[in-house]
Design a protein around this ligand. Sequence first.
Ligand code: 9G3
Length: 573
Amino acid sequence: MRTSRYLLSTLKENPTEAAVISHRLMLRAGLIRQIASGIYTWLPTGLRVLHKVERIVREEMNRAGAIEVSMPVVQPSELWKESGRYDKYGPELCRLKDRKQNEFVLGPTHEEVITAIARREIKSARQLPLNLYQIQTKFRDEIRPRFGVMRGREFLMKDAYSFHIDHASLEQTYQDMYDAYSRIFTRLGLDFRPVEADTGAIGGNHSHEFQVLADAGEDTIVFSDGSDYAANIEMAETIEVGERPAVGAACSKAATPGCHTVDEAAQALGLDANQVLKSLIVRGERDENGKYELIMCCLKGNQELNEVKAGKVKGLSNPLEFATDEEISAFCGSHPGSLGPVGFKGRILVDRAADKMGNFACGANEDGYHLINVNWDRDVPHYEVCDLRNVEEGDLSPDGKGHLHLRKGIEVGQVFMLGTKYSQAMNAVVMDENGKSIPMEMGCYGIGVTRVIAAAIEQHHDERGIIWPKSMTPFDVSIIAIKPGRCPAVHQAAEDLYAKLEALGIEVLYDDRDERPGVMFADAELIGIPHIITIGEKSLANGELEYKDRRTGIKENVAIADMVAFIQQKLQA
Ligand code: 9G3
C-alpha cells in the first residue's frame, strides 16, 4: 500500500478525551474515529487489524466444529417478550419502532434469535449437538461509554450458541469452546487468564471469563499463588481463619457525635476499623404486591460488601438494591452512620469474617451513639452467617493452597452453560430417546472482537506507539524513502523493494510522501509496524538499507541484495 493512495489519518497531538493508552493510540494511529458517544468508524488501518482478529476467531471456531451464521441486529420485540427479558432490561436495551409501529430492539446479544431459529430448524436429536456462531454488531446503550472501543455502545462480538440433548453433551462443547478460546487468545499474543465467573442475569449455572491482564481493566480478578485457582472477584472466595476473642465486659453506649463512617467511629473510640462493625441496609426481594423487607448486612469495618454475593443470598433483591436513607431512618430510627445489629428488627446477615469479631463496636441505632464491647449471641441473638465480602490481597485461597492476589483485567471472552432457560421459555424442544419432548440444553460463548484490539494495545505499546503482536499487525513492513524527489536512486530502490515484497504477498506500507524523515518514522512507529526499512541516499551509496525492529529497537544495515531474504527470515521468526 502506498501512503500517497491510502488514508493514514495519524494524529500528532494526544486526544484529550482519551483516558486510557489504548483509546489514545487507536485515535492517534488512525484506527478509529468516534461518530457519537460509544460509536466508532473503523478507518482502513484499524479495519485491517479487525479482519486479522476475525480470521483467527473464525479459524478456531470452525476447527472446534462450530458453524457460522449471521443473525440480524434488529430483533422483533416478541422474541424478547417470549423469553421474559423485554421488561427485565432498562434503557440499556435500545428499543425502536418501524413505520407500522411494530416494536424492535437493537440486539445486545442473540439468545432469543438463535433459540427461535433452533426451535424451527432442529427437529431431531440426531442433529445435536449443534454449535452455531456469528461475528455481528451488538448495541448496548451503556450509561457511561468510555475507554474508546473497550466499553463502547456499538461493538463487534463473536457470539456462539450450542444446543444439546443433555448436560453431558453441553459440558463437552463448553470444554471445546474453553480450549478454542485459549488457542485464540494465545494466537492473538495476549497475556490472559481464564477465571471462574458469575453467570449474572443470563441465568445458567456455570461460566468462565477470559481476562486480559491490564491496569486499565475494569474487572478485578483474583488468583492463587499456590494453585490454578482463579476467579472474578464477584465470585472469589476464601477461607476465614482465627477465632472469636473471649466475651468481655457488657456492651455499653458511647457518645460518638458527628461520627458517620467506620473510620470516624474507630477514631473517636480509639479502635482499629476492623474492631468496628460496618452495617448496611439492603432491600429484600419484592413479594407479589411489590412489598419488600429491609435486611441488615454486617461486615468487618475495613472490608467491602460484594454485591453479587449478597444478591445471591436467599430473599435478597437481585441485583442487590440498597435501602434509601429515608427508608433507613423510618425503619431504624437513625441515619445510616449509626446503624448496628443490636435491637435491629429485621433479618441480620453477618459475613463470615465479621462472625469472628468479638467485643466490637457498632452503631447504636441512635444518631450520635455507638455501642462498644458488643458480642454476637449475647447481644445479638438472631443472625445468619454468610459469605458477603470481597476477598482481599493475601487472603487464603479457597482450595487451601497459597494466597490470593488481585489484578485488574479486561474481559475479552466468556463461556456460559445456559441450561434450558431459553429453550424452556421459547419451547425449543426435541424428542429424547423415550419419545418424550424435552427442552434442549444450551451453552453460549462470546468474544469481544473489537475490545480484543484495545486489550492488545494495552499490553503491547511503548512511548512511541503501538507494538502489534505479529498476528494482528495491519502491515508487516514499512518502507520509508527519504527525499525520493531529490534522489532518483532512493526512489528507484524503494519502488524495487516495494514491488518485490508485495509480489511475495508481504503486506507493506510504503511511505512515499515527500515528508520529513522524522514524521514518516514517527508514523511507522506509532502505527506499530514491526519491521521498518529506511532508504536514504547515504546508506544507498554503500549499497545498504537501514532496518529497525519496532519491538526491540535494534537497528542494522542490510545489503540491498539481501534485504528481501532478510525480511522473509524475520517474518518467519
Ligand atoms: C441485554 C442487554 C445487555 C446485556 C444482555 C442483555 C450482557 C445480556 C449477557 C450476555 C451473555 C452472552 C451470548 C454471547 C456471550 C455473552 N449484557 N448480557 O444478556 F438486553 Cl441491554 O450477553 N450472550
